[in-house]
Design a protein around this ligand. Structure first.
Ligand SMILES: Nc1ncnc2c1ncn2[C@@H]1O[C@H](COP(=O)(O)OP(=O)(O)O)[C@@H](O)[C@H]1O
Ligand SMILES: O=P(O)(O)OC[C@H](O)CO
Length: 498
């Protein structure tokens, strides 16, 4: 068979990418979905729209190159993590919109649980500090606020899933016996899975008042789970499932302890493989599952999650109208020499790693009459690079490993100005591989390994190649001055919401 199909259900869009054995893209279908902001801090998606888009992008990817079902060896799936859907398994209907990972509505519960149990209690079991980010408290919010859900959950009719689970259930039969499963990487983002046992933690579920029967079965990330029943890929084995940031780690072939990648999409996520060793963080990172291939031990990762990166570029485009397309930002930013003293701290969902300040809110600091649109555009791009520096320092401190170069991917890495500035800030080379759709590729690798399309990791390592490398050029004094300014601006964003 010639190909592997991969579904990448991201925060802004859903893609289906068909890959060949060399890891090259054969065809792509992609569609954006609506971002719903009912109140400040709330972010939702319509899960029904995402399901329809999924079918449409698979069909588009196949039609583009007239790909026959019999040419597809397997399908993998990867997804925006943490985003939470609860639906009825008899009707297939969601009780409420999907609550997106960036949503901060459970902030009061975070504060109450921090008071009663302490954040460390949750971090010790799940690797995650108590925060609005993860799925558990989003499930609780739906159970507590949407009429009828709790009763149905107790009867075993209302079930929970992240977007992987929701799509797998639909793709494998839906109301006619769809699989209700997730993988270890997605489960590790719910704040309900015990990182040592890889199973749901009954005590955590009880604290959050979540009936255990609504949670999916936890599977490895690479395994034949079952066959797809939907017409668009009927009969194809569904054989890979990974959270998107973990999928990018697999797609970047970071299989050795100490290897790290940074993905620049809506948010920005740096993951370092720590092997089979679970490394607790003391510097504001998450300990998470990197992947598990069937029959092999779980591999862990340290993760620095940044909530807003490319989303800040979108905000400049959609909310301020300063650019028409995301790509326009580079030209605008290049119209000036530097940031003119301005800093943008995009604490739209509070600040994630390494700060974990849910009461922070966005600020633009350092304004004078000198500052123009170009400076703001530059400060917007720089914000992603500074946030990455914050995370990289924490990563080095936690792991004791000095990162000598950084593999990058995601929608923002086409921006050369950002990549050069990133290398300048980190003082290490930044490497963009030939294939930057590493998220979809990682899920394809998981599926392909499960069905023997690829024989081993060695096959995958050969597919990775360098497209471009940026080396640090900035003088130390300039780097230090700029970064000091960022740190000052970050402090200004703290404690905005009480
Ligand atoms: N040339 C560019 N410069 C900066 N940001 C960009 C550029 N092109 C796209 N982006 C940003 O990249 C993000 C999309 O990346 P992608 O990896 O597709 O995200 P996701 O997987 O989160 O949906 C958007 O937030 C967009 O604003
Ligand atoms: O959809 P992305 O690429 O922004 O990734 C979102 C992350 O998985 C959230 O944890």
């Amino acid at each position: 068979m010639k190909y592997i199909a991969s579904i990448d259900q991201g925060t802004t869009s859903t893609r289906c990418i068909i890959f060949d054995r060399k890891g090259n893209i054969v065809s792509v279908g992609q569609k954006e979905h609506e971002q719903i902001y009912p109140k400040p801090g709330w972010v939702e998606h319509n899960s029904e729209e995402i399901w329809k888009n999924t079918l449409e992008v698979i069909a588009r990817a196949r039609i583009e190159k007239s790909i026959k079902t019999e040419d597809v060896a397997a399908c993998g799936i990867t997804n925006q993590r943490e985003t939470t859907v609860v639906w009825n398994k008899r009707t297939g209907k969601a009780y409420y919109n999907a609550i997106v990972w960036q949503d901060t509505r459970v902030d009061d519960t975070v504060k109450a649980l921090t008071k009663s149990h302490g954040s460390q209690f949750f971090q010790d079991r799940t690797g995650l500090p108590l925060a609005t980010y993860f799925s558990g408290l989003k499930i609780k919010w739906i159970l507590d606020n949407v009429p009828g859900v709790r009763e149905d959950a107790e009867k075993g009719q209302a079930i929970f899933g992240n977007m992987d689970t929701f799509l797998i259930w639909h793709l494998t039969g839906g109301i006619n016996g769809g699989l209700h499963i997730t993988d270890v990487t997605n489960a590790s983002r719910t704040q309900l899975m015990n990182l040592k046992t890889m199973s749901w933690d009954a005590e955590l579920a009880e604290i959050m008042n979540i009936p255990l029967q609504m949670l999916p079965a936890i599977e490895p990330s690479s395994k034949v789970y079952g066959n797809i029943t939907s017409e668009v890929l009927q009969g194809i084995p569904l054989a890979g499932d990974l959270g998107d940031q973990q999928a990018a780690l697999v797609g970047q072939t970071c299989y050795q302890p100490g290897e790290a990648k940074n993905t620049y999409g809506t948010g920005c996520f740096m993951l370092m493989n720590t092997g089979t060793e679970l490394v607790p963080s003391k510097h504001g990172l998450l300990t998470t599952v990197a992947y598990q291939f069937e029959g092999q031990p779980v591999h862990y990762a340290l993760e620095g999650s940044v909530a807003i990166a490319g989303a800040l570029v979108q905000w400049l485009r959609d909310n301020l109208g300063m650019i028409q397309k995301s790509t326009d930002i580079e030209k605008l930013a290049k119209s000036v020499e530097d940031n003119g003293g301005a800093y943008v701290v995009p604490a739209f969902s509070g600040l994630y790693a390494p700060y974990w300040k849910s009461s922070a809110r966005g600020v633009i600091a350092g304004l004078t009459r000198y500052v123009n649109k170009g400076h703001i555009a530059r400060a917007v791009l720089e914000a992603t690079a500074y946030q990455t520096k914050d995370v990289l320092e924490a990563m080095e401190n936690d792991s004791g490993i000095e990162i000598s170069s950084l593999r990058v991917d995601g929608g923002m890495v086409v921006n050369e100005l950002l990549m050069q500035f990133q290398s300048d800030m980190l003082k290490v080379p930044v490497i963009r591989p030939t294939m930057i759709e590493t998220t979809a590729l990682g899920a394809a690798y998981a599926a392909g390994l499960a069905v023997g399309y690829w024989a081993s990791f060695d096959d995958l390592l050969q597919n990775w190649g360098v497209d471009k490398r940026w080396k640090p050029k900035m003088k130390a004094t300039q780097r230090n001055t700029l970064y000091k300014g960022w740190k000052k601006a970050v402090k200004r964003s703290f404690d905005w919401e009480k």
